[in-house]
Design a binder for this molecule. Sequence first.
Ligand SMILES: [Zn+2]
Length: 261
Amino acid sequence: MTPDNLTKREKERYERQLQIEGIGDEGQIRLRNTTVGMVGVGGLGSPVGMYLAAAGIGQLIIVDDQTVNASNLNRQLLHWQGDLEVSRSKVDSAANKLTSMNPNLKVRRHAERIDSSNIASLLDDADILVDCTDNFETRMVMNDYAIARGKPFVHGAVESMHGQATTVLAGRTPCLRCIFPRPPISKGQIPILGSVAGAIGAIQATEVVKLVTELGEPLFGRLLVVDLRDNCYELIRIDRDPNCSVCGRLDERTINSGDAI
Ligand SMILES: [Zn+2]
């Protein structure tokens, strides 16, 4: 493997996506050279990780402090019955499957809960961050770090039969705090159908590929809201809040988004 060329095996493996206008060899090499930081390897993290591994992303940093339990198995496709029986950690379970899917993939695993004190040490090497968490506080820790460091941040969330996604880029788009300035009222355990998480996770993985290859138009400044119960898909324009506590003071001229990718 050389830094500037695809090997014969890579050309074979990624043949069908190399044909997409805007990817090609150059885009594939960019994917190989990209590190993605994922927090959460559950319902969203499973499809995000699997599709990024399949697409030839070079490295994943996965962060999750949980072990596999029975109620994960309706949606968290990286975790199987055998993992449940040995109480395997989710990061070990995920890393095993993802590197089996694609042996070219490097996975760094952290069985920790992320917070504002450790996020920099865990995700400093990530070029792009993906929100695969299930709680508001962790999302906001990721959001604030992404804004502070100018790293693109792909948000996704699901509940019951609906979900949402957007892509945040400091200085260019609203951040999650602009959209959700206050935490939601806690509902305890939320219902979720696995395939709905799969749909949103697939969109998040596609956003990552688009950011890396500069293909198409990411969900910048737009919140995609999907209700699969009735098949309603809405793309809602969202604006920056000039008084946002995190991104309100950013000036576009001070941030070169191209450096972040
Ligand atoms: Zn903001």
